[in-house]
Ligand binder design. Structure first.
Ligand code: NI
Length: 147
């Protein structure tokens, strides 16, 4: 069989980015010692793709994860909705911790376990609530596969 030719040629692409986003990105890039935007963008793309690959590998397996979100507790009916969502997934939620950040904002950290798809659904439900400002799902191994 003929060996596939390795393609390392560079392709230039044009991307439109809002000016305030590129300002924040440039700050990020300088802080991480990137001399140009291209390499910083390439690394971000690689990071995301590796993450996706890993998620494909662990599909169907039990994982443990942390869902972190910040929300305004003055938002009408939001606290009730958050509690309802957690109660609808009693087999996933292990523990949740609440921190009152300031007059308006609360931080919650929920430790969950289960299959990646189910945990994504749970995090997406929380993320889509009006008043939830930031929501992040971080998955890791249960430790069984680490020797
Ligand atoms: Ni609070």
């Amino acid at each position: 069989m003929k060996k596939a030719k390795e393609n390392k040629s560079l392709i230039r692409i044009g991307v439109s980015i809002p000016s305030d986003l590129i300002r924040v990105f440039d700050k990020y890039r300088r802080k991480r010692q990137y001399n140009n935007r291209s390499e910083a963008i390439r690394d971000l793309i690689r990071e995301k793709l590796v993450e996706q690959e890993w998620e494909k590998e662990i599909q169907g397996q039990e994982v443990i994860a942390i869902i972190t979100y910040v929300y305004d507790h003055h938002q009408r009916e939001l606290v009730g909705s958050i509690i309802d969502i957690q109660h609808d997934s009693p087999n996933n939620v292990i523990v949740s911790q609440h921190v009152h950040l300031d007059h308006h904002n609360c931080l919650e950290v929920v430790i969950v376990h289960g299959e990646p798809d189910g945990l994504h659904n749970l995090a997406n439900k929380l993320k889509s609530l009006r008043g939830v400002k930031h929501c992040q799902l971080t998955m890791t191994t249960t430790g069984i596969s680490i020797s």
